[in-house]
Unconditional design. Structure first.
Length: 306
């Protein structure tokens, strides 16, 4: 269900049971069960593994909503693309199969083409400028999303971007290799204009794609690489400077319409607080990832604007 409301219709029975038990601890336990039964449960899609930095951000958002709502709104986070690839998540958001989720700029612009021209510049925009752009164009962004039956909650800062491979490669020759990327027509266009040879691979197994020659290199966020299963097999990483691909937390309009005005305001407020938390978390995480890769003698730096 979109919004699962379990009403505690057995309140009287539970109170009676508490009286017979004569135990204060048991009474407290029963009251907690009643509170849980009254909770609104919202399904939230997270594409990264549970131990990733992005999952920590989603967990923070879920915990904050539960705290601020005193347990009446419970966001259940599904990790590692369990609810589908981002494009599938966006489709489900439109009819309320999923309540909310974190999706990248690239997936969002593929699903909402009217945002492509406006958001194309965000690929090379630092986060403060991207945030300022969203603030100045929030009504326009909301209007575009409304057409796809979704609502914008907040923008989240990006992790650094990188290119990696299980083989060694020369940075001067990056444009001669087949570069695997996630879906995103504006990013594919941008990379092609820069002389790269992008190949959309989506969620295909990166290690197998590299081994069988379907791609030569893989592009991703730094945070995604270090938390991936492929990292132990990677021999070289090139950090791409000058690229920025933020993500967004979006809400299904189908679900939003079932919530009260106060509940929607609380969720939006918590999403905005989550952005501040993400800023505090992502940049130290990127620095830690760079230290890890450097210690493993895999890191090189390459300016993507060259």
């Amino acid at each position: 269900m979109l919004v699962i409301k379990k009403r505690g219709l057995v309140f009287i029975s539970l109170v009676c049971l508490c009286l017979f038990a004569g135990c204060k601890g048991k009474e407290q336990e029963l009251h907690e069960k009643i509170e849980d039964n009254n909770a609104i449960v919202l399904r939230y899609a997270e594409s990264e593994p549970q131990d990733s930095v992005y999952a920590q951000i989603s967990d923070y958002f879920a915990a904050l909503v539960k705290e601020k709502s005193h347990g009446t709104i419970n966001i259940k986070v599904y990790y590692d693309g369990y609810l589908g690839k981002e494009e599938q998540v966006l489709t489900q958001l439109q009819f309320g199969g999923i309540a909310m989720g974190r999706v990248s700029l690239l997936s969002l612009t593929d699903e909402v083409p009217s945002l492509q021209v406006d958001f194309e510049s965000l690929i090379t925009c630092n986060f403060p400028n991207a945030l300022e752009y969203i603030k100045n164009n929030k009504k326009k962004v909301q209007f575009s999303l409304q057409g796809e039956k979704m609502s914008y909650l907040t923008i989240l800062p990006p992790s650094m971007r990188c290119i990696y491979s299980d083989n060694s490669f020369e940075s001067d020759d990056l444009n001669t290799y087949k570069l695997g990327i996630d879906s995103g027509s504006i990013y594919e266009k941008y990379l092609a204009e820069k002389g790269y040879n992008p190949v959309i691979v989506g969620n295909a197994d990166t290690y197998l794609s590299l081994r069988n020659g379907f791609i030569d290199l893989r592009e991703s966020s730094l945070a995604s690489l270090v938390s991936s299963n492929e990292y132990p097999y990677i021999n070289q990483v090139v950090l791409l400077e000058g690229l920025s691909i933020p993500s967004f937390i979006v809400l299904s309009n189908e679900v939003m319409n079932q919530l009260s005005q106060e509940e929607n305001a609380l969720i939006t407020s918590c999403a905005e607080d989550t952005m501040a938390f993400a800023l505090r978390l992502l940049y130290p995480s990127d620095s830690s990832s760079i230290d890890t890769i450097t210690c493993d003698h895999k890191m090189r730096v390459f300016n993507a604007e060259n």
